[in-house]
Design a protein around this ligand. Structure first.
Ligand code: C5P
Length: 402
C-alpha cells in the first residue's frame, strides 16, 4: 500500500466512527487518505477528527470557494488510486446508481475514472428493500466493487445484514483492488475443514455436526492476505470460500490422502471435525432390513491426520501446524492434553456444548507458547485474529533466519 492514494467518502451512518479506524489502518500501511465528509456524515464524525487522522484537508462542500481553490472536485476525483465509500448509505448508493450529482460526494463519484469500493451500512430492512437491491445490482453491473455488508447486531437494535464490514475487511478489499501484495504472498497454507462422512454402506454414513464455517472463514482470511490456500473440505452445505483451491473429500482417509498430496506447505491448519472411527468392512451393497438380527457396526480407528503431519521430519513439516479441539467439558484440560499428544504448535480449543455448530460465533482458548482466552466473537473475527498471529509468527521465523 506504500504511496497509494485513497479518496475516502464518509457517508451519514452510525458506522462512520469505524471509518476513523479505517483511515488509521490505511495510514499504517503507508497509504495516504484524503477524505470527503457528506453533510449527513458530519452528523456522526467531526471534520476535526477526520482531518486529524488523515493529516489532510477534509472536503465537504461542492460550492466551497476555499475547497475549490485548493483542489477542484474534478481534480479531487482523479488524484487518487482508489475511491472508498464507507459507510455507503442507501441514499448514497441510490444517487450513484442513478447518476445524480447534487453534492460533493456524488459529483466526485460521477467524475472519477478510478476504481470505486463501496462498504454499505444501513438497517436490514433498508438493505433488503427492493430499491436498494436494484441499486446494488446496477452498481455491480457498472463495475463498482462491494465489501459487506455483514450480518450482525445493529445500532438500531435489529439483527441481520446491513452492518458495515469491519475496517480490516475493507482494508483487505482495498488492498486486493490495488493489486498490492499481501503479507502472505508466496506462502502455501493447507486447511482441512468440515466433517467427514464414513460409509456404512453406499447410502448410509456416520457424520458429525461440523458446518465448516470456521475453516471457511480462516481460508478466506488467509487468501485475502495473499496466501495460496489448499482448502480440503468434507461434505458441507455452505458456499466454498473465495480465492482458494477447493478439494472436496468424503472420508477421513480421503482427507489424509488429499493433505499428503497438497504438502509441502508453510502452514497447515486442521479445522476439520474428522470422524475418529470408520466402519470396518463397510458394505458395498445397501444393508437390507430383513426382520432378522440387527446389523452390528464394527468400528476401526481413522488415521490422525494432524498428528501425522506434526510428526513429519523437519524437511517436510510445515513451519506451523495448527489444530482445533472441540470439547463439551473440561475444555482447557482436554485441550492441553490434546496439544501435547498431537504435538502441534498451536491449538484452538472451543466449547461445543452450546450452539457453536452452524452458528456464526465461536469462543476460543488459544494454546500457543502462552494461553489466551479470546472473548466470544464471530467466526470471521476468529479467522482475522488467527491470520494476524500467523503473519506475525512467519515474520518472526523469517527474522530469526537472517
Ligand atoms: O477429534 P479431535 O478432538 O482429536 O481433533 C483434534 C484435532 O485433530 C483437530 O484439529 C482435527 O482436525 C484433528 N484430527 C485429525 N485427524 C483425525 C482426528 C482429528 O486431523 N483423525
Amino acid at each position: 500500500m506504500n504511496g497509494k492514494r485513497i479518496l475516502l467518502i464518509i457517508g451519514g451512518g452510525i458506522a462512520a466512527y469505524k471509518s476513523l479506524e479505517l483511515i488509521r489502518r490505511f495510514g499504517k500501511a503507508g497509504a495516504s487518505v484524503r477524505a470527503i465528509l457528506t453533510r449527513a456524515g458530519a452528523q456522526f464524525v467531526t471534520p476535526l477528527s477526520v482531518g486529524a487522522l488523515s493529516g489532510d484537508t477534509v472536503y465537504q462542500d461542492l460550492f466551497d470557494l476555499t475547497d475549490e481553490a485548493q483542489m477542484g472536485h474534478i481534480a479531487l476525483s482523479r488524484a487518487a488510486d482508489l475511491v472508498v465509500v464507507a459507510p455507503a448509505t442507501a441514499d448514497l448508493m441510490a444517487k450513484m446508481a442513478h447518476g445524480r450529482a447534487d453534492d460533493l460526494a456524488s459529483t466526485v463519484l460521477m467524475a472519477t475514472d478510478k476504481p470505486v469500493l463501496v462498504a454499505p451500512a444501513m438497517n436490514v430492512r433498508m438493505w433488503e428493500h427492493k430499491a436498494t437491491v436494484r441499486n446494488a445490482q446496477t452498481l455491480t453491473k457498472d463495475g463498482i466493487h462491494f465489501v459487506g455488508p455483514a450480518q450482525g447486531d445493529m445500532a438500531c437494535g435489529e439483527h441481520g445484514f446491513g452492518r458495515m464490514a469491519e475496517p480490516e475487511e475493507i482494508f483487505t478489499a482495498a488492498q486486493n483492488l490495488l493489486g498490492a501484495k499481501g503479507p502472505l504472498d508466496g506462502r502455501h497454507i493447507i486447511i482441512t475443514s468440515g466433517p467427514t462422512h464414513e460409509a456404512i454402506d453406499p447410502v448410509r454414513y456416520i457424520a458429525n455436526r461440523s458446518s465448516g464455517r470456521q475453516g471457511s472463514a480462516i481460508a478466506e482470511a488467509l487468501a485475502a492476505r495473499g496466501a495460496q490456500v489448499s482448502f480440503i473440505t468434507g461434505p458441507v452445505n455452505i458456499e466454498p470460500p473465495r480465492g482458494v483451491q477447493v478439494i472436496r473429500v468424503q472420508s477421513a482417509r480421503d482427507m489424509e490422502k488429499a493433505v499428503q498430496a497438497a504438502l509441502p506447505a508453510d502452514v497447515a491448519i486442521f479445522a476439520a471435525a474428522v470422524a475418529d472411527w470408520r466402519v470396518k468392512n463397510a458394505d458395498t451393497q445397501k444393508i437390507k432390513k430383513d426382520g432378522g438380527a440387527l446389523p452390528a457396526l464394527a468400528l476401526e480407528e481413522n488415521p490422525d491426520i494432524l498428528a501425522g503431519v506434526s510428526a513429519l521430519g523437519a524437511d517436510k513439516r510445515p513451519k506451523l501446524v495448527i489444530g482445533f479441539a472441540a470439547e463439551t467439558e473440561d475444555v482447557l484440560a482436554h485441550a492441553r492434553a490434546k496439544k501435547a499428544r498431537k504435538k502441534c504448535d498451536w491449538l484452538l480449543a472451543n466449547d461445543v456444548s452450546g450452539d457453536c455448530f452452524g452458528s456464526e460465533d465461536n469462543q476460543i482458548i488459544f494454546l500457543g507458547a502462552k494461553e489466551e482466552h479470546w472473548p466470544k466473537m464471530r467466526k470471521s473475527d476468529v479467522a482475522e485474529r488467527l491470520a494476524h498471529k500467523i503473519i506475525t509468527a512467519l515474520g518472526e521465523e523469517e527474522n530469526n533466519k537472517k
